[in-house]
Design a protein around this ligand. Structure first.
Ligand SMILES: Nc1nc2c(ncn2[C@@H]2O[C@H](COP(=O)(O)OP(=O)(O)OP(=O)(O)O)[C@@H](O)[C@H]2O)c(=O)[nH]1
Ligand SMILES: [Mg+2]
Length: 256
């Protein structure tokens, strides 16, 4: 029987982290008969489309902090991150209790990706989980942000920054593939000449040169990066997501 596999969903606000946790979990159940365990690490979530085994809102809620400490949404989010960081050992203990079991543990992260990625929260939680069970991150690109050349460059770089910060295999997906704009992103990824045409149409002179060099640099660094399309809304691409996570983890151990 397979041991625990942690899958951490990460990406910019509104890219579909929560929706993808839910729809990938449903796919695992429908197609493989696997009951995923859901973890919510977003203290700002208002409602969740899955029933979490662990919910960080039992410790701190952004909406409560706004009221109790008279803070705005951003201030309350940062305060929540501080409170979470003070209790990281407790949180890791509660999530880690399931490690004797098997199957997928799907981890939803805060809307503001920087709170998870650039502060202690993400690296410490992922570091602890990956020290005793297989762990991969899914970097989710939002086609509404990645359809310009600079947006695509930022999306691909953030995926690599996620790899650097979390030190686990990262797979990159374009969510919302049910939207037409997602096709534009995959055309750019598949056909370099079209991407260069687009950069030249969007940027001028030095900026165009810089964009092209930057994308070259990212492509060099991410030669093995295969970007797949999924839709948390329609459920399409879930088998590809399963396979690409499997492939990424096969580098450090067999999934089956
Ligand atoms: N069309 C389309 N919309 C989607 C898809 N996935 C998510 N959405 C929509 O995108 C919005 C944000 O989805 P969430 O799942 O809350 O995204 P999130 O990244 O968890 O958002 P935050 O936690 O607030 O950062 C919602 O309106 C979803 O219905 C998708 O595959 N297709
Ligand atoms: Mg969310």
């Amino acid at each position: 029987m397979r041991s625990v596999v942690n899958v951490v969903m990460i990406g910019p606000a509104g890219c579909g982290k929560t929706s993808l946790v839910a729809s990938f979990g449903e796919w695992l159940k429908m197609e493989l008969g696997e009951e995923a365990v859901y973890i919510n690490l977003d203290p700002g979530a208002l409602s969740l489309p899955y029933v979490p085994y662990y919910d960080v809102r039992s410790l701190v809620k952004v909406s409560d902090l706004m009221e109790l400490e008279n803070l705005g949404p951003n201030g309350a989010m940062i305060r929540a991150a501080e409170i979470i960081e003070e209790k990281l050992d407790e949180i890791i203990g509660e999530i880690g209790i399931l490690d004797k079991g098997s199957g997928f543990r799907l981890i939803d992260t805060p809307g503001q990706m920087e709170l998870f990625l650039f502060r202690d929260m993400g690296p410490r939680i992922v570091g602890a989980l990956s020290s005793y069970s297989m762990t991969a991150a899914v970097y989710i690109m939002d086609p509404l942000l990645a359809s310009s050349s600079s947006g695509l460059a930022i999306g691909l770089s953030m995926s690599m920054i996620t790899r650097l910060r979390l030190q686990v295999p990262v797979v990159t997906v374009i969510n919302k593939s049910d939207l037409e704009i997602a096709d534009e992103v995959s055309i750019f990824l598949a056909d370099e000449s079209k991407l260069i045409d687009r950069i030249e149409a969007e940027e001028r002179g030095l900026m165009a040169d810089l964009s092209i060099k930057f994308l070259d640099f990212i492509k060099d660094l991410s030669k093995a990066m295969r970007v797949i399309k999924v839709s948390a809304k329609t459920g399409s691409g879930m088998a590809d997501l399963y396979n690409i996570i499997n492939d990424a983890l096969c580098e450090c151990g067999d999934l089956t």
